[in-house]
Design a protein around this ligand. Structure first.
Ligand code: PRP
Ligand code: URA
Length: 208
């Protein structure tokens, strides 16, 4: 599996701010969205293009546009929703397929509770987003579900990835490329990423 840890001064700066203890819900949300936009720029670098004709001020010229059906963004509820705005700010025509999973706090196994997918999934690139890749269970289950629907071209995008989650994703889905702002050290006994962000969903939604 290809793992791209996206290195950019703006991402490093914003990730530092995001890790601040007692950060406000507003600041956390804004930073997640901004980092999401920056990662999307990298994750979409290889999207295919096709030639088209544009009526310009000097008559018809050949330009390029994204080829094929529109990409589907796949936020994993709940915390993945925090990345929607940032991704859609630069891919405004993307379709959104929502998958709801939560981690059982004892077993750390993903528990599915919702799915609403866009049509023609077999013809679209899917960009699966979640702030955290911890054990990898939620991402693996979401990609299992998308592959069952015929999706062939899948990219995963997270803010923080644990080595344990990367290994699990690699074993289950070696064809998927993972884009992340940071590969952190490890998981603690409760399955939280160290140093990580704490509970990303709670910080985005202001719950506890
Ligand atoms: C968090 C996070 C991921 C998952 C990562 O969601 O947003 O979806 O855990 O852990 P994993 O890699 O071990 O599966 P959580 O279950 O806390 O739900 P929430 O998004 O509703 O807060
Ligand atoms: N989910 C989170 O929100 N944070 C972690 O560190 C692991 C799973």
């Amino acid at each position: 599996m290809n793992v791209v840890e996206v290195k950019h001064p703006l991402i490093s700066h914003k990730m530092g701010l995001l890790r601040t203890h007692d950060i406000s819900v507003k600041a956390f949300r804004e930073l997640v969205s901004e980092i999401g936009s920056l990662l999307t720029f990298e994750a979409t670098r290889d999207l295919p293009l096709e030639d088209t004709t544009t009526a310009s001020w000097q008559g018809d010229i050949t330009t390029q546009q994204l080829a094929g059906k529109k990409l589907t963004l796949v936020p994993i509820l709940r915390a993945g929703l925090g990345l929607n705005e940032g991704v859609l700010s630069i891919i405004p025509c993307a379709r959104v397929s929502v998958v709801g999973l939560y981690r059982n706090e004892e077993t750390l196994e993903p528990v599915p509770y919702f799915e609403k997918l866009t049509s023609d999934l077999d013809k679209r690139v899917a960009l699966v987003v979640d702030p955290m890749l911890a054990t990898g269970g939620s991402m693996v289950a979401t990609i299992d579900l998308l592959k069952k629907q015929g999706v062939k071209d899948i990219k995963a995008m997270v803010l923080v990835a644990a080595p344990e989650g990367i290994q699990a994703l690699e074993e289950a889905h070696p064809d998927v490329t993972l884009y992340t702002a940071s590969v952190d050290e490890k998981l603690n006994e409760q399955g939280y990423i160290l140093p990580g962000l704490g509970d990303a969903g709670d910080k985005i939604f202001g719950t506890k």
